[in-house]
Design a protein around this ligand. Sequence first.
Ligand code: ADP
Ligand code: MG
Length: 598
Amino acid sequence: MELTSSRTHLVAALLAALAFVVVLALVGDLVGTSVERTIIVFLVSLTAISAMGLYSGNSGILSFGHLSFMGVGAYVSALLTLPTHIKEATLPALPGWLASTGLGLWPATLVAVLVTMAVAVVVGLAIWRLEGSAATIATLALLIITHGILIGWRDVTRGAQTFFGVPRDTTIWVAAIGCFVALIISRLYRDSAWGLRLRAGRENATAAASVGISVPRERFIALVLSAGLMALSGALIAHFLGAFSPKKFYFTDTFFLLAMLIVGGMTTVSGPVLGAAVVTLITEILRRLEGGLDLGFMEVPQVFGTTQIGIGVLILLALMHRKDGLAGMKEWEEWLIPTRRAAVNPKPLSPAESAPVIAENVTRRFGGLLATNKVSLTVRPGEILGLIGPNGSGKTTLLNQISGVLPPSSGKISRGEQDLLKLPSHKFADAGIARTFQNIRLFPTLTVYQNIQVAALSSKGGRDAAARVAGALQWLGLEAVAETDAGTLSYGDQRRVEIARALVCQPSLIFLDEPAAGMNREETDALMDILRRINTDLGIGILLVDHDLALINALCHRIAVLNEGRMIAEGTPEEVRSDPAVIEAYLGTFTKQSTVPT
Ligand code: ADP
Ligand code: MG
């Protein structure tokens, strides 16, 4: 697993996590009694929500189902540690091998983690394709199904009855170790290539696929890892309580843990820490109020549900005022310590493949509209091909089809021996085809560097990623803004980041959909120069869609013209300029504007 951020940040995060849990454990250990219990519950909750954050924060999919994994972890570990004489008395129907097992807490936890991860593999495969709210609903279904199984499987779980007699081995130090492990794993995951890819997918799934990321695969990995950590928290809580029933792993606790996650912010690891602290403090205060209060001059009556209502209000306040939670989108150390990256030699980004992409009779219907109508086009590496046409003539639709974003209604698209229509969209980058989008699709909360890095890590097997990123930054002149969040840049800069991100995949063909849109004349001229050099110096073929006829005329070796979904002309700029059909489609504007020097 390759780590993507600076070592300084990670070391700072690890040390802070270590100091945090040690101090808490020491305090609990010294003070004892109810404070110690509160801190243990806090540590276990933090274990659970950093696990939930690992999945939900990085994927952007809120999960209501994670307590299922906690429940499975709790029951599996407890079944393994439960003394045999208690098993005989309370679970007489247990299979012989299980009835006679008596493991210690750590081995039992390890088995529980592995079993739960196996369950998560099945769940993950089942929800592979689901995203957004569909995935969230699926997690809710998981919670209900698991609860049903825990209740129904009486021979093993005692059903709705209390499962008791579990050795109370979760001391405050055990909880501290578990929590530390969860914090570290979720922090390392966030900065791993996996985590960065999943975060990119969260920000823009289409763009992520275009640079080689299989978002479903990344979600799956996150789900299995986070399920393992949920199982750890389950084992800890089981061996803290000693007795529990399936309702411990159902809606009420889901609500409290999600509250912590939402209040703190789920896209970082600092977020769960803050959220758990705030919610635990407020819960403790409200719980005291709930029992009624004597203020001296008046008696506050007992109000049931104060805690739940209070936490509900807290969630609302958090959502209204800090949508991303108290911690926001960055770790504390990312705010405080500037990123310094080791200097690497930039790598030239020359392509490997040489076969052209051939589209034949590509047709795409939208209802009754033929957005592209039997269009044939050959895009050759080495040349710059301009694609022009009035608004709505089908340029973007054609580009989407030959880059795997949109399946054609009929037609053939191939490259050499390869049938591109059979290729999933995230495999196009490795087939040597990269692109940018008409409506810019960056990963806005990732830095410019990370935007390009995640593409480098996801293409060409991630080889020479750092050198390729350096090369792409240099080519587009983006070194100065490398550590800036991409979403905060001007449109002109964002477009250049998009081109750098495409270039870093080392494509033999780049498709650019109106790359100069939103740029002023100066920026456009600079871009033209860059595109020309990408073509001549690197030998990369470019398919350039643009309205700017001066740009197209100045750059392109060949021009193809679309009108109302049909290809009406194709040839050298001179041929196209004098084509009567083209002149008619453009009502003369094309010939007028083409007097710009070429
Ligand atoms: P261009 O890029 O040349 O301006 P487009 O390819 O975006 O044109 O659009 C071609 C036609 O297809 C337009 O009439 C547009 O309204 C229609 N179209 C494009 N995308 C969709 C879509 N996703 N759903 C329905 N209609 C679409
Ligand atoms: Mg378009």
